[in-house]
Design a protein around this ligand. Structure first.
Ligand SMILES: [Zn+2]
Length: 152
């Protein structure tokens, strides 16, 4: 395949074994800081995916709750293919990021609401499901030992 500009376009999505967490990109900034982009994959590409209310609520919940654990989260966003998320971190290496993810997802299991799920704070406030988010996060946490295994 032709080499593409986007890192994940060069990833053979047939070869991965979801769920997993992998570093998708790393950039050294002129000031010496390091930006690290994580591929947080919930669903096996082209075999399954998350429904939008679940992925949307996981986005809101993680964006809010992870910041209770770290100031290094820059962005947590869903993939358009609905199989996972990208997390952009400032200088948080792999093992520490996985611990942060585990702590944050445990918070989600204990949450009693989706933050900012309303018309004032969100672009589609009705498009949420706390129950579906918890179910997907529970499945992901159950596979914690497999997060390091990226390919089949
Ligand atoms: Zn939203």
């Amino acid at each position: 395949m032709k080499k593409m500009n986007v890192e994940s376009f060069n990833l053979d999505h047939r070869s991965v074994a979801a769920p997993y967490v992998r570093i998708a990109d790393r950039k050294e900034l002129p000031g010496g800081d390091t930006l690290i982009k994580y591929d947080v994959r919930f669903s096996q590409p082209n075999e399954s995916h998350l429904e939008m209310p679940a992925i949307h609520s996981i986005e809101h919940l993680t964006a809010e709750h992870m910041r209770n654990h770290t100031e290094a989260l820059i962005d947590f966003s869903p993939m358009g293919c609905q199989t996972g998320f990208y997390a952009l971190m400032l200088g948080v290496e792999d093992a520490d990021f996985k611990d942060l993810l585990e702590a944050t997802f445990k918070d989600i299991l204990a949450a009693d609401e989706v933050p900012a799920a309303n018309e004032v704070q969100c672009g589609w406030g009705a498009n949420h499901s706390l129950e579906a988010a918890k179910s997907a996060v529970q499945d992901f946490l159950d596979e914690r030992a497999a997060w390091d295994v990226v390919t089949k």
